[in-house]
Ligand binder design. Structure first.
Ligand code: COA
Length: 160
């Protein structure tokens, strides 16, 4: 598998799994009906450094971004987002993307990384914890999950 910086023409290969993940409404605090154009503006925003994971056949199987979570004197705290094609879940792609993004964020001078809204029922919490993130707090009942009802949103942090 290859992890590389995304190019503009990668978007059509990100969109199918982006849409599937956001439309499911279980993991991101984005409108499940987000249009493709709005999604591209969100995920490929100029402020973000975007990466894709390509499998050996050249298929784009995951994507991630890193960006400043705050501005000005706090701009060295990063935020990141991750998506892996649900058809390719559990193959280690998410962990590889996360390790890559943590390394490039550190190399870029970020001193820490914050996830602002990790749905507490998301199995990814285990992945983030295993990578050294801790839960700073939880916004109770903030997220209306289609299967579990109102669940909390964790704010997670790791120093770099
Ligand atoms: C979260 C996500 C990026 C993980 O990607 P992945 O390629 O499936 O994850 P990996 O195969 O690298 O698994 C890494 C770890 O995550 C955990 N994990 C991931 N998905 C899991 C699941 N469905 N059930 C249980 N554990 C899971 C496991 O602890 C696994 O541990 P291991 O590396 O010791 O085996 C992917 O599931 C995804 O895109 N989910 C939807 C979007 C999302 O939730 N993004 C994160 C928002 S905070």
């Amino acid at each position: 598998m290859l992890i590389r910086e995304a190019e503009a023409d990668d978007w059509p290969r990100i969109w199918p799994f982006w849409h599937r993940i956001v439309a499911a409404g279980e993991t991101y605090a984005w409108d499940p009906d987000t249009t493709e154009e709005a999604a591209r503006a969100l995920w490929m925003a100029p402020v973000k450094r975007v990466y894709v994971a390509e499998d050996d056949s050249g298929a784009v199987v995951g994507s991630a971004y890193v960006m400043p979570n705050y501005g000005g004197p706090a701009a060295r705290i990063a935020n990141a987002g991750f998506m892996v094609d649900p058809d390719r879940a559990g193959e280690g792609i998410g962990r590889a993307l996360a390790e890559h993004v943590l390394a490039v964020a550190k190399a870029a001078g970020y001193r820490g990384m914050v996830f602002n809204a990790v749905v507490e029922t998301n199995p990814a919490v285990t992945l983030w914890t295993s990578l050294g993130f801790t839960i700073l707090g939880t916004v109770p009942g903030a997220y209306e999950h289609p299967r579990f009802g109102r669940v909390g949103l964790h704010i997670m942090y790791r120093a770099l």
